[in-house]
Design a protein around this ligand. Sequence first.
Ligand SMILES: [Zn+2]
Length: 233
Amino acid sequence: MLIKCPKCQAVYKIGDDVIKDGGLKMHCQQCDATFRAYKKDALPEDFDEEQNKKNVAKLFENATSENNTLFEDERMPAPSKIRIMPVIRYKQSINYVLILLLLFLCVAILYLARFDVVRYAPNLESIYQKFGIESVYLGQGLQFSNLSISQEDKDSVSKLKITGIINNFSKYFVDVPPVKVVLYNKNGNKILDTTHYLPIKRVMAYGRFSFEIVITNPNPEQKNVHITFANNL
Ligand SMILES: [Zn+2]
């Protein structure tokens, strides 16, 4: 009898008694498809090319509407699926890897360039904060200028007034750290060590602001004043 591969239409001539009632699992040598052939699927012995086209159409009709009949081996899904699925999965996994890689790159760039990101999009700072990531420099690029110290005594209250300007020489927003003031006597001994939080918490890129720190009733021995940013607090 003549059996046609439902996938590539290759025709095989096999002995009439080879196919039992349960069908015969066949492996197409031409297209590698595996399918189960039944006696009822046999082509007529007198088949010719014209007849063949009709039979092919009929076979494919059967292949789609009676897929289970043609490929009923339970351990063997339809061959077309075997061949196509791994290819699709392979392509999809490549896409997932690419998407993951792109996501990773985006996250890495957003992290590494966070100071620039916040510089151009200040609103994004809150998103960084949600992840506990600092995106504004603390004290970096800040410098004092125009420092002056004056002391005034009024109504038996002595006030040491330190004024000056804090300049931001960087292109970023910078958070203003507390200012540490240390007073020394004439022997160079430390007589006061205080930390002052300024009312201005952040200075714009290349911005500046004036500040004033008042120390009430300082030790009259004070001779030198040392002023720095307390970045580590
Ligand atoms: Zn075939």
